[in-house]
Design a protein around this ligand. Structure first.
Ligand code: GLY
Length: 371
């Protein structure tokens, strides 16, 4: 099943290389991907897919296309184009860092360190957070963290390890700890965002931007937490992060619907109209696979996690993948970008396609991701 799914994704990515040219897919409308210049938070998921396809096939077309994206990300950093946000971690982990991992290309490595430098400028020493959105001092966003940022931290941990400069990893670890304390609630559910006083760092309140309600659990946010804390454990070896990832995973898996692919928010009322977010299930599958790398073979919940991966991935492959639809542009149907913001109908979302393929490559080939 996994081989068929990977090969279908590779075939579609090959067609998309011709279709997209030098543009980057974002989300779809009426089954057609919207294409942007390299200027969105999502641009690197396309690079990541190209690198995964190259690693699977060793086909030079994928390699050339993937290398090209590194140059495009070099220009983007030089121009600081749409980089006034924490998404620098997503953007440079799957582009130049993937390039470095796959080819040991020195200039890709240097570009990745330069991206980490820019991300580090978002560290706010008074509130002791990495500011997610907007400029320093911004009234709404100045003291705000969001759970998605956990996926941006690996860029800093990696830069710390690579350069020996602890400023990167110290900021990442402090941000992870603040996220653990304030974004994860006592019942293992999560806030999407949390506000702190910009001057004193005092905690103010949790809230949401993309979830159903301030106190609800946006499924993609929970997924970012599961994977993000597992990655914080990979780099820091702090057992609290492993435990937090595991707790959040339990919460997620205990709430899977009948077909094992989650709706967009665990607290949204469910009817025939309720949107799914297949990308949340794909991200979670990657997070669970990362968790399995770190827990002992005889861990009492290992079987529960393995079963959760099988349920999630079989649910995606059987009911949401576009296998058998050769003209489809996307690989995974029914992702939701922002139901609350009215951005749906979405269907294909490029990060859903990416994490689905990463999970498949982990399952089939023991791939470790580029984080
Ligand atoms: N990181 C943005 C999102 O998950 O929608």
């Amino acid at each position: 099943m996994w081989t068929t799914a990977i090969e279908d994704a590779v075939t579609k990515t090959r067609s998309n290389m011709k279709r997209f040219g030098q543009l980057y897919p974002h989300v779809s409308k009426n089954d057609v991907y919207s294409l942007n210049d390299n200027n969105a938070w999502t641009s690197s998921f396309w690079s990541g897919m190209l690198w995964l396809c190259y690693e699977y096939t060793k086909d030079a077309d994928f390699l050339h296309a993937a290398r090209y994206t590194t140059e495009s990300f070099r220009d983007r950093l030089a121009q600081k184009k749409a980089l006034n946000n924490h998404d620098i971690g997503f953007l440079y982990s799957l582009s130049s860092k993937a390039h470095w991992i796959v080819e040991k290309d020195e200039s890709a490595k240097q570009l990745t360190i330069a991206a980490a430098d820019l991300l580090l400028t978002r560290w706010r020493p008074k509130s002791r957070i990495i500011q997610a959105w907007g400029s320093e001092g911004d009234e709404e966003n100045g003291g705000r963290i969001i759970i998605d940022c956990l996926m941006n931290l690996p860029l800093l941990y990696w830069a710390g390890e690579t350069t020996g400069d602890r400023r990167y990893s110290d900021a990442a670890a402090e941000h992870a700890e603040k996220s653990r304390r304030f974004l994860v609630r006592g019942d293992d559910s999560s806030y999407h965002t949390f506000y702190f006083d910009q001057e004193t760092g005092d905690a103010i309140r949790g809230g949401t931007h993309q979830g159903y309600a301030d106190g609800s659990t946006w499924t993609r946010g929970q997924a970012w937490g599961i994977y993000g804390f597992a990655l914080s454990y990979r780099y820091t070896r702090d057992p609290l992060y492993l435990e937090t990832s595991l707790r959040m995973a339990r919460y997620f898996l205990e709430r899977l619907p009948e077909d094992n692919v989650v709706y967009w928010d665990f607290d949204a009322p469910v009817s025939a109209e309720t949107k799914r977010d297949s990308s949340a299930s794909a991200i979670t599958a990657c997070g669970l696979l990362e968790l399995l790398e770190h827990i002992p073979a005889d861990h009492p919940e290992r079987t529960f996690l393995e079963d959760g991966i099988q349920r999630s991935m079989k649910g995606l492959v059987r009911h949401y993948a576009t296998i058998g639809k050769p003209d489809a542009q996307g690989v995974l149907e029914r992702g939701s970008y922002s139901v609350r913001g009215g951005a749906s109908p979405d269907d294909y979302v490029i990060w859903g396609d990416y994490y689905y393929l990463e999970a498949l490559m982990r399952l089939k080939q023991g791939h470790k991701g580029y984080w």
